[in-house]
Design a protein around this ligand. Structure first.
Ligand SMILES: *Cc1c(COP(=O)(O)O)cnc(C)c1O
Length: 359
């Protein structure tokens, strides 16, 4: 067996320790005589698994008691619709458009009410975060929406927008658990887990209780009401049981690693290795404004498409895989989530140095 360093943006690397535990427990979970894949989601054993997963996540993120944690399906994409369906009381919401995902969320919201683009960085291909200190948000807007870390372009909000008293909603799909967050700065936080948390198929929503209401968009399907899932503690229908279990193993791993402060330090160290090299390289360069650089997704280019392709191919032969940039931007992108060990980033930079010497 030989495992590669996988720089995919998602589904992405999982901690090897977690995969080993999952493998060990595959045939017989804790003496139950069955795999977690095979057991009833209504049984006592599974109830223990999902409850512990939620508690560990609450501990890691210090989630206040007046927030619910929901394990849902449908990916981040379904939240693009569920958020306006459940939260647009006045049929009006403000969106900051900092990349493809924020743009898709904004476009989806426009199906349900008035979606107002209050800031955008599209003029320079999303290579920065616009000034959000004094946004023109209508008084009666129901919420302000951001995508906290822009997976495709590699930018992150370093300070939160001034929401001017409005509820702040954030997509944290690609920086979920990468560093501590102050949950109470937000009304709702959500993310698909397949970037930085677990196997695809689970979307975690952290929502302030007062936003879980019944008087929402008429005609909203039962399955798309936050209230349905909050009331049933994420067990309204069959959840993605096994995937939630693996997320739980990742939460345990994160606690063992020292929690989110320790992750932040680790992630800053890894990102600095790569960014410092990019800043000194004569061949490779980063594509976004320095002050907004993501700790998770690092896009870079040589400036020559053929050379980019040659680099990606040569890197793959060295066990440095999935470095191709998103189809909408090209070039390269190294996603260096929690599970990417420092050794992987060091090896990538060594390889880039060699490649630079030879080209
Ligand atoms: C990947 C990603 C999405 C889309 O996620 P799906 O789970 O495929 O719907 C949305 N937002 C961000 C920030 C992402 O990184």
């Amino acid at each position: 067996m030989s495992r590669v360093y996988n720089f995919s943006a998602g589904p992405a690397m999982l901690p090897e320790e977690v995969l080993k535990i999952a493998a060990d427990e595959m045939l017989d979970y804790h003496g139950s005589g069955m795999s977690v894949m095979e057991m009833s989601h209504r049984g006592k054993v599974y109830d223990g698994i999902i409850k512990k997963a939620e508690q560990d996540l609450r501990d890691l993120m210090q989630i206040p008691d007046n927030y619910k944690v929901l394990f849902l399906q449908g990916g981040a994409h379904l939240q693009f619709a569920m958020i306006p369906m459940n939260l647009m009381k006045n049929r009006k919401a403000a969106y900051v458009v900092t990349g493809n995902w924020a743009k898709k969320a904004y476009q989806e919201a426009a199906k349900f009410g008035e979606a107002i683009k209050v800031a955008s960085s599209e003029d320079r291909t999303f290579s920065y975060i616009p000034d959000c200190s004094d946004l023109d948000i209508p008084e009666d807007a129901d919420y302000l929406y951001i995508c906290h870390n822009n997976t495709i372009y590699g930018t992150t909000f370093k300070t939160l927008p001034n929401a001017k008293g409005h509820d702040l909603v954030a997509d944290i799909s690609s920086d979920f658990l990468a560093y501590p967050v102050n949950v109470s700065d937000y009304a709702l936080l959500y993310g698909g887990v397949q970037k930085n948390v677990g196997p695809a198929g689970v979307t975690i929503v952290i929502i302030r209780e007062d936003l879980i209401r019944e008087d929402i968009l008429p005609g909203t399907p039962t399955m798309l009401m936050y209230k349905t899932h909050a009331d049933a503690e994420s067990l309204y229908n069959t959840p993605p049981c096994y995937n939630i279990y693996v997320c739980g193993l990742v939460f345990e791993w994160l606690k063992k690693m020292g929690g989110l402060e320790a992750m932040k330090e680790r992630n800053e160290e890894k990102a600095a290795i790569l960014y410092d090299f990019l800043d000194s390289s004569s061949l490779f360069k980063g594509t976004v404004d320095r002050e907004f650089r993501s700790l998770m997704n690092v896009p870079f280019i040589t400036g020559d498409k053929d050379l980019d392709a040659e680099f990606i191919k040569a890197a793959e032969a060295e066990g440095l895989v999935s470095l191709k940039g998103h189809r909408s931007v090209g070039g390269m992108r190294a996603s260096i989530y929690n599970a990417m060990p420092k050794e992987g980033v060091v090896k990538l930079v060594e390889f880039m140095k060699d490649f630079e010497k030879n080209h």
